[in-house]
Design a protein around this ligand. Structure first.
Ligand code: SF4
Ligand code: SF4
Length: 94
Protein backbone atom coordinates (compact mmCIF):
# COMPACT_ATOMS: atom_id res chain seq x y z
CA UNK A 1 0.00 0.00 0.00
CA UNK A 2 2.87 2.37 0.80
CA UNK A 3 4.25 1.76 -2.69
CA UNK A 4 1.02 3.08 -4.20
CA UNK A 5 1.27 6.27 -2.12
CA UNK A 6 4.90 6.74 -3.17
CA UNK A 7 4.12 6.23 -6.86
CA UNK A 8 1.07 8.54 -6.79
CA UNK A 9 3.01 11.14 -4.78
CA UNK A 10 5.94 11.02 -7.23
CA UNK A 11 3.67 11.43 -10.24
CA UNK A 12 1.93 14.37 -8.60
CA UNK A 13 5.26 15.98 -7.68
CA UNK A 14 6.58 15.62 -11.25
CA UNK A 15 3.37 17.08 -12.65
CA UNK A 16 3.50 19.99 -10.17
CA UNK A 17 7.18 20.82 -10.82
CA UNK A 18 6.61 20.52 -14.59
CA UNK A 19 3.72 22.95 -14.31
CA UNK A 20 5.87 25.43 -12.41
CA UNK A 21 8.60 25.19 -15.07
CA UNK A 22 6.08 25.68 -17.88
CA UNK A 23 4.58 28.65 -16.07
CA UNK A 24 7.99 30.27 -15.49
CA UNK A 25 8.97 29.71 -19.14
CA UNK A 26 5.64 31.07 -20.32
CA UNK A 27 6.17 34.39 -18.63
CA UNK A 28 9.13 35.18 -20.88
CA UNK A 29 8.22 33.69 -24.24
CA UNK A 30 5.47 33.73 -26.81
CA UNK A 31 4.81 31.93 -30.07
CA UNK A 32 5.74 33.61 -33.34
CA UNK A 33 4.75 32.60 -36.89
CA UNK A 34 7.34 33.02 -39.64
CA UNK A 35 4.90 34.08 -42.35
CA UNK A 36 7.19 33.26 -45.27
CA UNK A 37 7.41 29.58 -44.16
CA UNK A 38 3.76 29.04 -43.25
CA UNK A 39 1.67 26.99 -45.69
CA UNK A 40 -1.58 27.41 -43.77
CA UNK A 41 -1.93 23.68 -43.12
CA UNK A 42 -3.62 24.42 -39.77
CA UNK A 43 -1.92 21.67 -37.77
CA UNK A 44 -0.68 24.14 -35.14
CA UNK A 45 -4.13 25.70 -34.79
CA UNK A 46 -5.69 22.30 -34.05
CA UNK A 47 -2.96 21.45 -31.53
CA UNK A 48 -3.11 24.61 -29.40
CA UNK A 49 -5.53 24.05 -26.55
CA UNK A 50 -5.40 27.71 -25.57
CA UNK A 51 -6.81 28.97 -28.90
CA UNK A 52 -3.81 31.25 -29.40
CA UNK A 53 -3.46 30.55 -33.11
CA UNK A 54 -5.95 31.06 -35.89
CA UNK A 55 -5.97 30.67 -39.67
CA UNK A 56 -6.34 33.80 -41.74
CA UNK A 57 -6.75 34.30 -45.48
CA UNK A 58 -4.62 36.40 -47.76
CA UNK A 59 -4.39 36.83 -51.53
CA UNK A 60 -1.79 34.04 -51.65
CA UNK A 61 -3.76 31.61 -49.46
CA UNK A 62 -4.17 30.63 -45.83
CA UNK A 63 -1.63 31.28 -43.07
CA UNK A 64 -1.49 31.07 -39.29
CA UNK A 65 -1.67 34.16 -37.12
CA UNK A 66 -1.10 34.65 -33.40
CA UNK A 67 -4.57 35.82 -32.49
CA UNK A 68 -4.35 35.87 -28.69
CA UNK A 69 -0.67 36.13 -27.65
CA UNK A 70 -1.61 36.82 -24.02
CA UNK A 71 -3.05 33.29 -23.83
CA UNK A 72 0.16 31.60 -25.03
CA UNK A 73 1.76 29.63 -22.21
CA UNK A 74 4.87 28.89 -24.31
CA UNK A 75 4.20 25.19 -23.73
CA UNK A 76 5.70 24.40 -27.15
CA UNK A 77 3.03 21.80 -27.99
CA UNK A 78 2.45 23.35 -31.41
CA UNK A 79 6.13 23.40 -32.45
CA UNK A 80 6.50 19.72 -33.49
CA UNK A 81 3.24 19.94 -35.44
CA UNK A 82 4.75 22.40 -37.90
CA UNK A 83 6.73 20.59 -40.60
CA UNK A 84 7.69 23.84 -42.33
CA UNK A 85 9.80 25.50 -39.64
CA UNK A 86 7.29 28.31 -39.37
CA UNK A 87 6.89 28.42 -35.58
CA UNK A 88 9.30 29.84 -33.04
CA UNK A 89 9.14 30.65 -29.36
CA UNK A 90 10.57 34.14 -29.01
CA UNK A 91 11.34 36.41 -26.08
CA UNK A 92 8.30 38.39 -24.99
CA UNK A 93 8.80 42.14 -25.31
CA UNK A 94 6.69 44.06 -22.79
S1 SF4 B 1 3.25 27.41 -27.41
FE1 SF4 B 1 1.50 26.29 -26.47
S2 SF4 B 1 0.04 27.89 -25.87
FE2 SF4 B 1 1.51 28.86 -27.27
S3 SF4 B 1 0.54 28.72 -29.30
FE3 SF4 B 1 1.84 26.88 -29.07
S4 SF4 B 1 0.49 25.28 -28.22
FE4 SF4 B 1 -0.53 27.26 -27.94
S1 SF4 C 1 1.67 24.12 -38.69
FE1 SF4 C 1 3.22 25.53 -39.54
S2 SF4 C 1 2.74 25.67 -41.73
FE2 SF4 C 1 0.93 24.78 -40.70
S3 SF4 C 1 -0.40 26.57 -40.28
FE3 SF4 C 1 0.88 26.21 -38.45
S4 SF4 C 1 2.68 27.56 -38.73
FE4 SF4 C 1 1.67 27.37 -40.73
Amino acid sequence: MNTVYIVVGSVFLLWFVGGLCRHARGRNKVIHVVDSNCTGCGRCVKRCQHHVLELAKSESGMYAVVKQPDRCSACGDCLPKCKFNALQLVELIR
